[in-house]
Design a protein around this ligand. Structure first.
Ligand code: SF4
Length: 350
């Protein structure tokens, strides 16, 4: 038998079959174990109730089964939930469940513990990046938020966005592998069209997504439409400027035919003027974007930015509409529990 990972969730079904055969057990036991790992995930071997006591003990001797645990959950007055999850090695990440009036139940999940990109408006950007989340940890976030959704709303998740803590494309392999599990028939069986990966703009990885012919949706956090302004708020723009990103997005579209979404947070007196809207429209016309999400800014303690006045937001939206941009205003959700976009920072709110 080949040298197997100690973490049983990092094994394929074929690996587990090989293991059971090697210990003189029936091969179908592997399928039973695999279902406990992915279809109805459990946190310990003892919960695998259709295995004999001896088999469970043998698995305990040979493998580990590290899973993410919900440490704390907060409920916003607008129906949003924020969960803080604890990893097996004592780190914390956050995920958010957002119900909408249109009947959607969206999970916003994290891909890294902390983040290295230091976007100036984002609370996570002020934390150090501790490590990448493993694909099974990301999968657990989705399962735990799905369980919460079923418990609170009697519904399954309808959408998943990778917009929580971390830059998903700097944890490329684990993010793609988690999506493979989320969409797999022996995982959550969700359509990839209901999953959006949002990036701060890693051009090389966007091209790789094209080469990998991914089926999920891609969103670019643009937030400023000139290099000078983007440099001020997103240091990643120095190595991945707007032209490089535009080229990468067109390459991605050529190979996948997946249109992308542009995300644009409005900051008072920074990117909310008609001139800024013109710059945004220019980029919108250069990339295969079917939508621009204009996002209401949520102030955080460390940053100097503010939210524009309502009239300015309306004027910005009207300007885009007059120029035939398909734009949607996204009001922030879960502000009272620091669950809104850019606010995730493992603050202790007990
Ligand atoms: S916005 Fe995203 S990429 Fe930027 S610091 Fe926050 S988590 Fe990282």
């Amino acid at each position: 038998m080949k040298n197997l990972s100690r973490n049983i969730r990092h094994l394929s079904l074929a690996d587990i079959e090989e293991y059971f055969t090697a210990i003189g057990e029936k091969k179908f036991r592997a399928k039973q174990v695999y279902e406990w790992l992915w279809l109805k995930p459990v946190g310990s071997f003892d919960e695998m109730t259709n295995l004999s006591k001896e088999n469970r003990q043998k698995l305990k001797d040979d493998f580990t089964l590290p899973t993410l645990k919900t440490d704390h959950t907060q409920h916003s007055e607008d129906g949003t939930f924020k969960s803080r999850f604890k990893t097996h090695d004592g780190h914390f990440v956050e995920g958010v469940l957002i119900p909408t009036a249109s009947g959607r139940y969206t999970a916003c999940v994290s891909s890294q513990i902390g983040c290295s990109l230091s976007c100036k408006f984002c609370a996570t950007g002020y934390m150090d990046r501790k490590r990448n989340l493993e694909f099974d940890e990301i999968y657990d976030e989705v399962v735990l938020l799905n369980n919460l959704c079923e418990k609170e709303y009697g519904k399954k998740l309808s959408n998943i966005v990778f917009m929580g803590m971390g830059e998903p494309l700097l944890n490329y392999k684990n993010v793609l592998r988690s999506i493979e599990r989320i969409t797999s028939a022996d995982g959550l069986g969700m359509s990839p069209r209901r999953i959006t990966v949002s990036t701060a703009g890693v051009a090389k990885a966007i091209r790789q997504l094209g080469d990998d012919r991914v089926k999920f949706k891609l969103a670019l956090s643009l937030h400023a439409a000139t290099d000078a302004k983007r440099h001020d708020i997103m240091p990643i723009n120095d190595s991945n400027n707007i032209k490089t990103l535009v080229d990468a997005l067109n390459y991605f579209y050529k190979l996948t035919k997946n249109e992308i979404t542009l995300e644009y947070i409005l900051f008072k007196d920074f990117n909310d003027s008609p001139k800024d809207a013109d710059e945004l429209i220019k980029i919108y016309r250069q990339v295969p974007a079917d939508l621009v999400n204009i996002i209401e800014y949520n102030p955080i303690d460390f940053a100097k930015f503010e939210k524009p006045e309502e009239e300015k937001v309306e004027a910005f939206m009207a300007y885009l509409a007059r120029n035939k941009v398909n734009a949607r205003l996204r009001r922030s959700r879960g502000k009272d529990i620091d669950a809104a976009c850019g606010q995730l920072a493992n603050k202790d709110n007990h």
